[in-house]
Design a binder for this molecule. Structure first.
Ligand SMILES: C[S@@+](CC[C@H](N)C(=O)[O-])C[C@H]1O[C@@H](n2cnc3c(N)ncnc32)[C@H](O)[C@@H]1O
Length: 218
């Protein structure tokens, strides 16, 4: 269910929060670290969930503004922000990816991790991140995506008939790298790999992790 700047998935939110914590030591923590390695300045993290990325920002980051539309997950991420308050300046605000509550050219970097599968209009979300990032700034992305293998992607299409109902609106068959390539961002690096820490998660095993740049045209 969704209103203008909220998303409500109370059961999924509790389930995800517990599962994601366990997944940290099964490999996802390493991916988060790679995603955020050498990031710096003022960061906007869209769909910050239960705040697990907050543990991985390096000292070069000045401030993180997390945007989270789901009430339970927002409260979880605020708890983590409080826990880390002596190390990192973190603010968590209510909002959705398709209508970010910030002025143009505000951030040095936008971060999206495991989010573009769930937003209702991922192309609009990418254009919103482009809008709020400064010229020369970055989009750092870590997402599960549509497989390049026709056989596997057909399986993803079949599974996606029910997947969003159990996954808090998550779609397992989105060509998110294609959406980023088609946007105004320029891909700097994109690692494509398979990772699933449980057999049940096989439909979301194809992943991408990388950086795209907003060209500085001034
Ligand atoms: C699978 S969780 C990932 C959470 C977190 N980014 C992480 O890496 O663990 C998906 C997140 O996307 C958020 N989300 C769903 N729809 C959204 C939207 N339209 N705008 C922003 N965030 C959204 C959910 O509330 C949830 O926090």
């Amino acid at each position: 269910m969704r209103t203008s700047n909220t998303v409500s998935h109370p059961i999924f939110a509790r389930f995800y929060s517990a599962l994601a914590k366990k997944a940290e030591t099964a490999g996802i923590g390493e991916h988060r670290k790679r995603l955020l390695d050498s990031s710096s300045g003022k960061i906007m993290e869209v769909g910050c969930g239960s705040g697990l990325n907050f543990f991985h920002y390096p000292d070069t980051v000045e401030k993180v503004v997390g945007v989270e539309p789901e009430e339970f997950l927002k409260l979880k991420s605020i708890q983590v922000a409080n826990q880390l308050k002596d190390k990192l300046n973190i603010e968590v605000v209510q909002g959705v990816a398709t209508s970010l509550p910030f002025d143009d050219n505000t951030f040095d970097c936008a971060v999206t991790s495991l989010v573009l599968c769930s937003v209702d209009d991922p192309k609009k979300a990418i254009s919103e991140m482009y809008r709020v990032v400064k010229p020369g700034g970055e989009l750092r992305f870590y997402e599960h995506v549509r497989s390049k293998s026709p056989k596997f992607s057909q399986m993803q299409d079949r599974v996606n008939k029910f997947w969003p109902y159990f996954g808090g609106g998550c779609n397992c068959n989105r060509d998110t790298l294609g959406y980023i390539k088609d946007s105004e961002f320029e891909i700097k690096e994109a690692d494509e790999f398979n990772f699933a820490h449980s057999k049940l998660l096989a439909p979301v095993a194809p992943m991408i992790l990388g950086i795209a740049i907003k060209p500085d045209l001034r």
